[in-house]
Design a protein around this ligand. Structure first.
Ligand SMILES: C[S@@+](CC[C@H](N)C(=O)[O-])C[C@H]1O[C@@H](n2cnc3c(N)ncnc32)[C@H](O)[C@@H]1O
Length: 180
Protein backbone atom coordinates (compact mmCIF):
# COMPACT_ATOMS: atom_id res chain seq x y z
CA UNK A 1 0.00 0.00 0.00
CA UNK A 2 1.36 3.43 -0.96
CA UNK A 3 0.73 6.21 1.63
CA UNK A 4 -3.07 6.48 1.89
CA UNK A 5 -4.23 10.11 1.84
CA UNK A 6 -4.91 11.66 5.27
CA UNK A 7 -8.42 11.08 6.61
CA UNK A 8 -10.44 13.27 8.95
CA UNK A 9 -12.44 10.63 10.83
CA UNK A 10 -12.53 8.91 14.23
CA UNK A 11 -11.28 5.40 13.43
CA UNK A 12 -13.83 3.43 15.44
CA UNK A 13 -16.71 5.32 13.84
CA UNK A 14 -15.36 5.09 10.32
CA UNK A 15 -14.62 1.36 10.75
CA UNK A 16 -18.26 0.82 11.75
CA UNK A 17 -19.37 2.62 8.59
CA UNK A 18 -16.89 0.66 6.49
CA UNK A 19 -18.33 -2.59 7.90
CA UNK A 20 -21.69 -1.64 6.36
CA UNK A 21 -19.96 -0.57 3.14
CA UNK A 22 -18.15 -3.92 2.83
CA UNK A 23 -21.41 -5.85 3.23
CA UNK A 24 -23.33 -3.60 0.84
CA UNK A 25 -20.64 -3.51 -1.87
CA UNK A 26 -22.07 -0.35 -3.47
CA UNK A 27 -21.21 0.14 -7.13
CA UNK A 28 -22.04 3.82 -7.37
CA UNK A 29 -20.69 6.04 -4.64
CA UNK A 30 -20.87 9.78 -3.95
CA UNK A 31 -18.95 11.78 -1.39
CA UNK A 32 -19.59 15.47 -0.70
CA UNK A 33 -16.50 16.99 0.94
CA UNK A 34 -13.58 14.75 0.02
CA UNK A 35 -10.80 17.07 1.21
CA UNK A 36 -7.48 15.22 0.72
CA UNK A 37 -9.31 12.05 -0.25
CA UNK A 38 -8.81 9.93 2.88
CA UNK A 39 -12.39 8.66 3.05
CA UNK A 40 -12.72 8.54 -0.75
CA UNK A 41 -9.67 6.29 -0.88
CA UNK A 42 -11.33 3.89 1.55
CA UNK A 43 -14.43 3.73 -0.65
CA UNK A 44 -12.22 2.97 -3.65
CA UNK A 45 -10.23 0.35 -1.76
CA UNK A 46 -13.29 -1.50 -0.52
CA UNK A 47 -15.68 -1.05 -3.46
CA UNK A 48 -16.41 -3.91 -5.87
CA UNK A 49 -14.75 -4.19 -9.23
CA UNK A 50 -16.15 -1.71 -11.76
CA UNK A 51 -17.39 0.74 -9.12
CA UNK A 52 -17.60 4.49 -9.79
CA UNK A 53 -16.69 6.84 -6.97
CA UNK A 54 -17.65 10.51 -7.39
CA UNK A 55 -16.12 13.05 -5.02
CA UNK A 56 -17.04 16.72 -4.75
CA UNK A 57 -15.04 19.45 -3.07
CA UNK A 58 -14.69 23.18 -3.47
CA UNK A 59 -10.91 22.61 -3.44
CA UNK A 60 -9.87 19.40 -5.14
CA UNK A 61 -6.51 18.41 -3.69
CA UNK A 62 -6.95 14.69 -4.27
CA UNK A 63 -5.32 12.81 -7.09
CA UNK A 64 -5.65 9.06 -7.39
CA UNK A 65 -2.40 8.71 -9.35
CA UNK A 66 -0.34 7.70 -6.32
CA UNK A 67 -2.84 5.26 -4.90
CA UNK A 68 -4.75 3.70 -7.79
CA UNK A 69 -2.62 0.57 -7.80
CA UNK A 70 -3.91 -0.09 -4.28
CA UNK A 71 -7.54 -0.23 -5.23
CA UNK A 72 -7.34 -1.54 -8.76
CA UNK A 73 -7.39 0.04 -12.18
CA UNK A 74 -10.96 -1.07 -12.82
CA UNK A 75 -12.51 1.49 -10.48
CA UNK A 76 -13.42 4.92 -11.76
CA UNK A 77 -12.74 7.98 -9.62
CA UNK A 78 -14.45 11.21 -10.67
CA UNK A 79 -13.25 14.28 -8.76
CA UNK A 80 -15.55 17.26 -9.26
CA UNK A 81 -14.24 20.64 -8.16
CA UNK A 82 -16.98 23.06 -7.21
CA UNK A 83 -19.32 24.37 -4.59
CA UNK A 84 -21.72 21.55 -3.73
CA UNK A 85 -24.58 24.08 -3.59
CA UNK A 86 -24.01 25.33 -7.14
CA UNK A 87 -26.33 24.22 -9.92
CA UNK A 88 -23.38 23.37 -12.21
CA UNK A 89 -22.03 20.97 -9.56
CA UNK A 90 -25.41 19.34 -8.99
CA UNK A 91 -25.86 18.87 -12.74
CA UNK A 92 -22.41 17.25 -13.06
CA UNK A 93 -23.09 14.89 -10.15
CA UNK A 94 -26.55 14.00 -11.47
CA UNK A 95 -24.95 12.39 -14.54
CA UNK A 96 -23.70 9.57 -12.31
CA UNK A 97 -26.86 9.15 -10.20
CA UNK A 98 -28.49 7.18 -8.66
CA UNK A 99 -25.97 6.30 -5.94
CA UNK A 100 -26.04 3.27 -3.69
CA UNK A 101 -23.83 5.05 -1.18
CA UNK A 102 -23.73 8.79 -0.35
CA UNK A 103 -21.43 10.26 2.28
CA UNK A 104 -22.07 13.92 3.17
CA UNK A 105 -19.08 15.61 4.81
CA UNK A 106 -18.87 19.05 3.20
CA UNK A 107 -19.85 22.34 4.81
CA UNK A 108 -21.13 21.90 8.36
CA UNK A 109 -23.21 25.11 8.40
CA UNK A 110 -26.91 24.43 8.78
CA UNK A 111 -28.12 26.05 5.56
CA UNK A 112 -25.38 24.33 3.58
CA UNK A 113 -25.81 20.84 4.96
CA UNK A 114 -29.59 21.12 4.50
CA UNK A 115 -28.94 21.99 0.86
CA UNK A 116 -26.58 19.02 0.46
CA UNK A 117 -29.20 16.74 1.98
CA UNK A 118 -31.92 18.04 -0.33
CA UNK A 119 -29.78 18.19 -3.47
CA UNK A 120 -27.96 14.89 -3.11
CA UNK A 121 -30.10 12.83 -0.71
CA UNK A 122 -32.64 12.64 -3.52
CA UNK A 123 -30.04 10.93 -5.71
CA UNK A 124 -29.94 7.84 -3.50
CA UNK A 125 -30.83 4.55 -5.18
CA UNK A 126 -33.49 2.16 -3.85
CA UNK A 127 -32.10 0.42 -0.76
CA UNK A 128 -29.14 2.78 -0.77
CA UNK A 129 -27.40 4.48 2.16
CA UNK A 130 -26.91 8.15 3.00
CA UNK A 131 -24.42 8.84 5.80
CA UNK A 132 -23.46 12.11 7.47
CA UNK A 133 -20.25 12.94 9.27
CA UNK A 134 -20.14 15.19 12.35
CA UNK A 135 -23.58 14.42 13.81
CA UNK A 136 -22.21 14.47 17.39
CA UNK A 137 -22.66 17.63 19.48
CA UNK A 138 -19.62 19.75 18.69
CA UNK A 139 -17.99 21.57 21.58
CA UNK A 140 -14.40 21.81 20.38
CA UNK A 141 -13.33 25.33 19.45
CA UNK A 142 -12.79 25.66 15.72
CA UNK A 143 -14.78 22.49 14.98
CA UNK A 144 -18.30 23.88 14.97
CA UNK A 145 -20.97 21.75 13.29
CA UNK A 146 -24.69 22.32 12.78
CA UNK A 147 -25.07 18.81 11.39
CA UNK A 148 -26.55 17.59 14.74
CA UNK A 149 -29.50 19.96 14.18
CA UNK A 150 -30.27 18.45 10.77
CA UNK A 151 -29.58 14.94 12.07
CA UNK A 152 -32.13 15.43 14.85
CA UNK A 153 -34.72 16.55 12.28
CA UNK A 154 -34.00 13.51 10.11
CA UNK A 155 -34.47 11.18 13.07
CA UNK A 156 -37.71 12.88 14.09
CA UNK A 157 -38.97 12.60 10.50
CA UNK A 158 -38.92 8.82 10.95
CA UNK A 159 -36.09 7.67 8.67
CA UNK A 160 -34.42 4.34 9.49
CA UNK A 161 -31.28 5.59 11.19
CA UNK A 162 -28.28 4.30 13.05
CA UNK A 163 -25.47 6.29 14.62
CA UNK A 164 -21.88 5.72 15.57
CA UNK A 165 -20.37 7.96 18.24
CA UNK A 166 -17.18 6.53 19.69
CA UNK A 167 -17.30 8.26 23.08
CA UNK A 168 -20.26 10.21 24.52
CA UNK A 169 -19.58 13.97 24.70
CA UNK A 170 -16.39 13.60 22.64
CA UNK A 171 -17.07 17.06 21.17
CA UNK A 172 -16.76 16.32 17.44
CA UNK A 173 -17.21 13.56 14.87
CA UNK A 174 -20.03 11.05 14.99
CA UNK A 175 -21.49 9.31 11.95
CA UNK A 176 -25.20 9.00 11.17
CA UNK A 177 -26.51 6.44 8.70
CA UNK A 178 -29.87 6.39 6.93
CA UNK A 179 -31.02 3.19 5.26
CA UNK A 180 -33.45 3.62 2.39
C1 LIG B 1 -14.07 17.74 6.94
S1 LIG B 1 -13.51 17.91 5.30
C2 LIG B 1 -13.86 16.33 4.59
C3 LIG B 1 -13.02 15.23 5.14
C4 LIG B 1 -13.01 13.94 4.34
N1 LIG B 1 -14.34 13.46 4.07
C5 LIG B 1 -12.24 12.90 5.13
O1 LIG B 1 -12.89 12.14 5.88
O2 LIG B 1 -11.01 12.86 5.05
C6 LIG B 1 -14.75 18.94 4.62
C7 LIG B 1 -14.50 19.32 3.17
O3 LIG B 1 -15.69 19.94 2.67
C8 LIG B 1 -15.31 20.91 1.74
N2 LIG B 1 -16.42 21.87 1.60
C9 LIG B 1 -16.90 22.73 2.52
N3 LIG B 1 -17.92 23.44 2.02
C10 LIG B 1 -18.09 23.03 0.74
C11 LIG B 1 -18.98 23.37 -0.30
N4 LIG B 1 -19.94 24.30 -0.13
N5 LIG B 1 -18.88 22.75 -1.49
C12 LIG B 1 -17.92 21.81 -1.68
N6 LIG B 1 -17.05 21.42 -0.73
C13 LIG B 1 -17.14 22.01 0.47
C14 LIG B 1 -14.05 21.53 2.31
O4 LIG B 1 -13.27 22.12 1.27
C15 LIG B 1 -13.37 20.33 2.96
O5 LIG B 1 -12.39 19.78 2.11
Amino acid sequence: MINPPPICQISWEFDKLLDIFKVRQPKNILEIGMDKGGSLYQWALNAPSGATIVGVDQYVSYSDEATKNDYGQDKIIVAIGGDSRATETIVQVERYAPFNWIFIDGSHRLDDVIQDWHNYGGMVARRGIVAFHDIAIHTRPGMESDVPILWDRIKRAGYRTEEFIAVPYQGWGGIGVIRF
